[in-house]
Design a protein around this ligand. Structure first.
Ligand code: SF4
Length: 329
């Protein structure tokens, strides 16, 4: 690991100005991803601004929505009674990620910022990685690409976003609150992460020196009927091959009034297809409708040498998630 300077911030404004003073700076929260990347040599900030002491860890109800502070630990968020009761999909997603020890360290803001687990990105001995070194190429395209994207990839990068929590937040239409040198702003979750395009080194739409301060969950009474399913190579401490967050609103007439389907493990960001969700509205919960929606979600998928199985897997777990969610009381 290369030497770096370390400072601890006590308020958001101080953290933002400390990062803004040094272009080689990064915010340090739980460190469960950034420190790994620094040890591996994939990232080498000259200056770390520790934000773990900022008073941003509360999970509170505000005007009907829930605000989760960016420094809330993943374990605290997962086990919050507000989250467990109103947004079970988020609790299930969080508890399916990493290990208990990591969830006790990792923060909500850091989870949004975690980087792809593409093996080639993590290992600097592979010199071709456009995400790590823009313009160098992409080792995964011709290499082992079992865990890589089937949707939304580019010629420059076929990596996937690794988070479980973000898949649930996408289904819930969360809002990301950020503060920066020019003030605060709100970013709809669907616009927070970006597809790789011709700039795969940039994962999000954050502007320079902006700090995530909170994530807001909109009041969504029907989110009590929600499910997260994650398929992975082993049953704990593994990233998703494919995952799905599903939320259903079923009316008193037994017809679907609203549907949310977000996929993880398939693209550079959580993947939603609004037309597929809309296709379920007004229909009775039934397998034929689920299958049609699943086909729409993966329409246009482009698998690579080792990951063709993800297309059928995604379809099957969408159908299963919709059926399981509809069966909830
Ligand atoms: Fe790098 Fe993206 Fe290619 Fe992986 S898929 S090697 S992260 S450019």
């Amino acid at each position: 690991m290369r030497p770096f300077q370390y400072v601890r911030a006590t308020d958001s404004a101080g953290a933002i100005s400390a990062v803004a003073r040094n272009p080689e700076s990064k915010f340090l929260a739980g460190g469960t991803n950034l420190v790994d990347l620094m040890k591996m040599g994939s990232e080498h900030p000259a200056h770390l601004v520790d934000i773990t002491r900022l008073p941003l860890a509360e999970i509170v109800e505000r005007d009907g929505h829930i605000r989760i502070g960016a420094m809330a630990r993943n374990s605290d968020t997962a086990n919050s009674p507000l989250i467990r009761e109103r947004y079970p999909v988020l609790t299930q997603a969080l508890l399916s990620g990493a290990s208990a020890q990591l969830r006790n360290m990792a923060t909500v803001g850091g989870n949004l910022m975690q980087r792809t687990r593409c093996y080639y990105f993590y290992d600097p001995s592979f010199t071709e990685c456009n995400k790590r070194t823009p313009g160098s190429g992409c080792s995964a395209k011709s290499g082992v690409n079992r865990i890589h994207a089937i949707l939304g990839a580019s010629e420059q990068c076929i990596a996937v976003h690794p988070s479980d929590m973000c898949v649930a937040l996408a289904a819930l239409d969360a809002i990301v609150q950020v503060e920066g040198p020019q003030g605060g702003r709100s970013i709809p979750f669907a616009e927070f992460h970006r597809l790789p395009g011709d700039k795969p080194s940039i994962d999000t739409t954050l502007k320079p020196n902006e700090l995530i301060t909170a994530v807001d969950l909109p009041a969504l009474p029907f989110a009590r009927r929600s499910t997260y399913i994650k398929v992975r190579d082993r049953n704990s401490y593994a990233f998703a091959l494919v995952s799905v967050a599903c939320v259903l609103d079923i009316g008193p007439d037994g017809k679907i009034r609203d549907a949310r389907i977000a996929l993880g493990g398939v693209a550079h960001k959580p993947w939603r297809v609004r037309a597929a969700e809309q296709s379920l509205v007004g229909k009775a919960p039934a397998e034929a409708a689920y299958r049609a929606a699943a086909d729409m979600v993966v329409n246009g998928a482009k698998p690579y040498k080792d990951n063709g199985f993800k297309v059928e897997l995604a379809k099957r777990i969408i159908v299963r998630a919709l059926a399981d969610t509809a069966a909830l009381g």
